[in-house]
Structures are given as C-alpha cells and as structure tokens.
Design a protein around this ligand. Structure first.
Ligand code: GLA
Length: 394
C-alpha cells in the first residue's frame, strides 16, 4: 500500500533527526468509516463501522526523562507530557498542553488511572486520516498511543479493553462524551470486513462486504466549529428522552430498550426536540438490526436503502447535516452504480460514505468530485477505501 509507506518513512526519519537514534517501534492505528448505526453507540445500540486503510503512524522509543516528548508531524508542533502535570493539562514548564496533545495525554492519564504502566517515551506521529472529518482521526491517535504505551509498559490487554481506555481518555480528559464505536473500530478492525458491534454487551462479529462493492469516502472539506458542544447536547437530549419514557416504560435503561411501536405510542409525551432525537435513535437501531441479515444475504440494495434512510433521519430528526453534506449526498445518490450514500460520523460537516458498484467506483469518484466542486466551489477529497486491520505494532 503506497499511501501508508510515506508516513512510515517520514516519521522514522524525523524521529532519527530529532532524537538521534532509530525508533524502537512503529505502530499503526486506523481511522474508521461508519456505514450504519449513527449516533446510537451512546444509546446502547448497534453500529456497523469498518476500520479504513488510512491511519495514524507512530514511531517511538522509551525515554529516560521525566516526561514524554511528542512530535505531531502534520502540525509541526511538539509537546511535553509529564505524569506530574498531566492532570492540570499543562506541560512541565506550566504552559498549557496544546489541544492536539490532549489525545495522547488523555491516554496516558487513563492508563495511569487504571494503574497500568505508561513509561515516558519519545514519539513522532503522522496521520493520513483527514482531521475532524468524521473518520475518527482522534480515536486513531489515541489507539496509536495506547499501543505504544502497551508495548513499553510490558502489559497486554485485549483490543476491546484498550479501546475502552482510549474512550475513557476522550470522555473524561478531552471532554467529549463519545460512545465506544470509534476506538472499537480502530482497535478491532478486520481486513476486508465490516464490523457489527452491540454497544451494550460489547459483543461483535464481522459481516461480509460483497466482492463487487467498493466503499467510497467523500470529504466535503467543510469543518464545523463547536462540534463537541452539539454532540454533547444530542447525547443529553437522548438521556432526557429515556428519563421521560421511563414514566411509562420503567424497565428501560436506554433508547436501545424502546421498540419502534412503543416509541410511536409514546412520542407525544416528549418535548418536541427530545422526541425528534429519540425517534432517530430508535429507528436507526432498528435499521442497523435489519442490516445484519441483509449483509449476510448479500442484499446490497436493501443495505443501501437503509443507508439512504439513515441520512434522511440524521438530517431531519437528529439535525446534524449541513448544506455541503446535502449537496454531496444528493449528487452521489443520482450517480450510476451508487447503492447508498449518507453522511458518516458525528456530522456537522466532514465526510459522506458511499456504497458503489466496484467497476464503476473510479468513474463515480471523479464525477462526484467534479459535480460537487461545480456546485459549491469547494474542492472535495474523494477516495476509495478498503476495510483494514485494527491497531498494532508493525
Ligand atoms: C463520533 C463519536 C462516536 C459516535 C459518532 C456518531 O464519531 O466519537 O462515538 O457517537 O460520533 O455515531
């Protein structure tokens, strides 16, 4: 894979130039694309992501200093992360840790909290996952550092446990109340396969991607600010809906436990906004459940239709779309060979995911890029992706 050779060579060289010796190890942690089950992971639902063939790469070696020295190649910035000042989110000299360093620092913080050794390291990392685009660039950074500290700490955890620690870093240190999907997909990805995760039991399995299908990712190149605030608001609305629905359905613990029938009966007992958010979640969980037999049977028409329905729901009920995502999805759905297209990830800008007939995928990608640029004046990033393996040492 040529695109992955570049960051590896780049980080190895920069590591040597910076620290004066070769890195001891290189690790890789992929981004992910979610095909179905959007905004349901924190509601105990089912998600259907795949790890992608774009990743964060980290070159690292143990350090004898009292801090970790971390260099982010893509930003051309470095930071010092010390166990003694990590809780204050500052570097040893008292200056604040830059925002990007909250991800590695959060992982170290999370590991130390669980009494797992996170020895100081020198690290250089780079990523070809588009940043802030709904492809879990941050989870891939977290998982890359989790693998690095696992390697140097002399302990080993199952990938799902490592993912949970990275999620804890994101929830409690970074401050985004995200679910487990992103870290799970980055940790547990399987080459060539889609993943189906039950976000309550954490049981998961792989599902086949038909041979004749390509996954195309289209980046609108639009990034919204305040995403984490909007995200946490959506989550709070779901929690409010659960509380109110418990007046009628005392046994429910999350929206996962509410059937579409019960929801239809009780929706008018909820405030308007909470009802819209909860309806998306309840119906999206039902769609993700329908997807399993559809994919097992290779019924890509049905799966694509579920993706299209998911998009409408994210736009109208969850309200996480934006004009550029709408343009990208509308163009894609009208192109030859497209079975389904929708926004992917948290929303508010970022990427769409498209299921496309393999022999039309190149043609689809260039037509999509051209039409999107003609309509918006923005040059998008469109690429065909392949499900990849999860985070590991190379
Ligand atoms: C972000 C979060 C995930 C998930 C998605 C929406 O990627 O990190 O946990 O909630 O949004 O499905």
């Amino acid at each position: 894979m040529t695109p992955t050779m570049q960051p590896i060579e780049q980080i190895a060289k920069i590591f040597k130039d910076t620290f004066g010796h070769e890195p001891a190890h290189i690790a890789r942690a992929p981004g992910r694309v979610n095909l179905l089950g959007e905004h349901v992971d924190y509601n105990g639902g089912f998600v259907l992501p795949a790890a992608i063939d774009r990743a964060t790469f980290i070159a690292f070696a143990p350090s004898t200093t009292l801090h970790s020295s971390v260099l982010a190649v893509d930003l051309n910035q470095s930071a010092l992360i010390a166990p003694s000042t990590i809780s204050e989110k500052t570097q040893p000299d008292g200056t604040p840790l830059p925002d990007w360093a909250h991800y590695p620092a959060g992982v170290m913080w999370s590991l130390l909290k669980e009494n797992l050794a996170a020895p100081n390291l020198n690290a250089v990392f780079a990523s070809d996952v588009p940043r802030g685009a709904g492809l879990s660039s941050s989870a891939s950074v977290e998982m890359a550092f989790a693998v690095a500290w696992q390697t140097l700490g002399g302990w080993t955890l199952p990938p799902m446990q490592l993912a949970l620690l990275a999620q804890q870093a994101e929830n409690e240190y970074v401050g985004v109340k995200s679910g487990i999907m992103d870290q799970f997909a980055s940790a547990c990805g399987v080459e060539g396969k889609l993943l189906l995760l039950d976000c309550r039991s954490l049981e998961w399995k792989t599902l086949p991607l038909p041979e004749h299908i390509s996954i195309v990712i289209a980046d609108t190149a639009v990034r919204r600010k305040l995403t984490s605030g909007e995200y946490n608001n959506r989550r709070a609305a779901c929690e409010e809906a659960v509380k109110l629905l418990q007046n009628h359905l005392p046994e429910i613990k999350s929206l996962r436990d509410v059937s579409v029938e019960d929801f239809n009966r009780l929706a008018n007992t909820l405030p308007h906004e909470a009802a819209m958010r909860a309806r998306h979640v309840v119906e999206e969980i039902a769609r993700a459940r329908q997807a399993e037999p559809a994919l097992e049977a290779g019924n890509i028409q049905l799966f694509g239709a579920l993706m299209n329905a998911c998009h409408v729901s994210l736009r109208d009920l969850y309200e996480v779309s934006c004009p550029e995502l709408e343009t990208m999805v509308a163009i894609a759905q009208a192109l030859e060979g497209c079975y389904g297209a929708r926004l992917t990830g948290a929303g508010f800008g970022g990427c769409t995911v498209n299921l496309v007939e393999k022999n039309l995928a190149e043609k689809f990608s260039s037509a999509l890029a051209k039409k999107y640029e003609d309509e918006t004046g923005i040059a998008p990033g469109v690429f065909i992706t392949h499900p990849s393996a999860g985070a590991s040492l190379l």
